[in-house]
Design a binder for this molecule. Structure first.
Ligand code: ADP
Ligand code: ASP
Ligand code: MG
Length: 411
């Protein structure tokens, strides 16, 4: 007997047929004698619809009520599956985030899970009840409903798995595992049998939305055995999938494991800033004070060494706010021009083998330039290299790098 958390994403519960299929996957695990918790996303497209509703109502919709609205899609999925399972003779009960409770902290729209009260969940599991929990939602210390950021049901599932000490956390989605790149953009992408937590964390934060970044972080910190599987395969079919695990369990350490793309950033450049100590800190401090995360940063000194240009990226949904802040900087932080560009993509290569192999960056830059892909900004860490390019060239860059590093080849 195993204790399993099974999470199904939006497309996996996107229609009556899909929910029926999910129910048969859940039932087959339960019939094997396992204890099963199911975490569900809203039906595909539902969260977007709810977000649009709040936007249609007001440009300034209250964040606490926004969370009440957009968390509701998950409640529908949970009730629907639980009802269906019961009609098929499986004892199931839904439990909403606040009923458990899943306690969160931080701002509305992007709250963090702090604690999950697992006692009642475990009692239900021990009484052979399948517990169905809507992902993405929690409750804060004031008793208000919160949400965990887009894609947050992955994090709900992993956090619940950690809280109930589950043997596995299975993330069922519309692809059969983690690939060397997004299989919907790179036709030669190959499924990985295993990927390390560190690499998956980078891939996710750099655009591989198959897992929410925080879910990988939570799995890594709590040693949750995380598997990514397809909800579209037939029952009884061999489950291939990808195991996300510690680096030590992977024998074959590649230099480059994957290529990711993100089009969620926007770039701002301030030209002709007076070059004096502390100026970059003051400008970036203004953004930090207003809760805006800056990602890539480049500063260039002009020929006369008196002025400097500062380029940085911010999340696209903070772009207008960042632009307004820059337009209203205090007079001692004056600059010549503000140039903004949201038509950009961040392309990244990721691999733990980069730690011990020099020359990967230069190969990446050369191959992009040979393909007439201009690089705007570069940033690196121990196991990743990212470049900013024109958004229209995203797929070309992904495929070019994927081919160059031979990621489609059988290992
Ligand atoms: P769900 O609704 O199940 O949460 P998501 O749409 O959030 O599913 O994530 C699955 C999608 O992630 C896939 O359809 C795929 O297009 C995308 N994706 C991006 N990068 C990768 C990758 N490296 N491996 C697998 N899928 C990826
Ligand atoms: N329904 C939410 C979203 O679309 C959460 C999730 O699916 O993980 O972002
Ligand atoms: Mg998702």
């Amino acid at each position: 007997m195993s204790r399993i958390v099974m999470k199904f994403g939006g497309t996996s519960v996107g229609s009556v047929d899909r929910i029926n299929h999910v129910s048969s996957i859940v039932k087959s695990e339960f019939d094997l004698g396992n204890q099963v918790v199911v975490v569900l996303s809203a039906m595909a497209g539902e969260t977007d619809k709810l977000i649009n509703l709040t936007k249609d109502l007001s440009d300034n919709f209250l964040a606490s009520e926004y969370d009440v609205v957009i968390s509701s899609g998950e409640q529908v999925s949970a009730g629907a599956l639980s009802g269906l399972l019961n009609s098929q003779g499986v004892k199931a009960q839904s439990r909403l985030g606040w009923q458990i409770p899943i306690v969160t902290s931080g701002d509305h729209k992007s709250s963090r899970i702090e604690a999950i009260h697992s006692k009642d969940l475990i009692n239900l599991l021990e009484s052979n009840v399948v517990v169905i929990i809507p992902g993405f939602q929690g409750v804060n210390s004031e008793g208000r409903i919160t949400t965990l950021g887009r894609g947050g049901s992955d994090t709900s599932a992993v956090a619940i798995a950690a809280a109930i000490d589950a043997d596995f956390c299975d993330i069922y989605t519309d692809v059969d595992g983690v690939y060397t790149s997004d299989p919907n953009k790179v036709p030669t992408a190959k499924r990985l049998d295993k990927i390390s937590y560190e690499e998956m964390l980078e891939m996710a934060s750099l655009g591989a939305k198959v897992l929410q970044t925080r879910s990988v972080e939570t799995a890594m910190n709590n040693d949750v055995v995380l598997r990514v599987l397809s909800s579209f395969s037939d029952l009884g079919e061999d489950k291939k999938g990808t195991l996300v695990c510690s680096e030590d369990s992977i024998a074959d350490k590649k230099i480059v494991t994957g290529v990711a793309a993100s089009t969620n950033d926007a770039k701002l450049t301030l030209t002709g800033i007076k070059d004096k100590p502390g100026v970059a800190a003051d400008i970036l401090g203004e953004l930090a004070d207003n809760g805006i995360n800056v990602d890539m940063i480049v500063q260039n000194i002009s020929g006369d060494r008196k002025t400097t240009d500062l380029t940085f990226t911010v999340p696209k949904d903070e772009f207008t706010k960042a632009k307004t802040l820059m337009e209203n900087l205090s007079s001692n932080l004056s600059y010549k021009d503000l140039i903004v560009d949201s038509n950009i993509a961040k392309i990244s290569i990721v691999g733990v083998g980069m730690r011990s192999n020099a020359g990967v960056a230069s190969q990446m830059f050369r191959i992009l330039s040979q393909n007439n892909i201009n690089i705007d900004v570069i940033s690196t860490s121990e196991i990743k290299i990212s470049v900013l390019i024109n958004k229209e060239l995203t797929e070309k860059a992904l495929n070019t790098l994927h081919d160059h590093f031979e990621l489609g080849k059988a290992s």
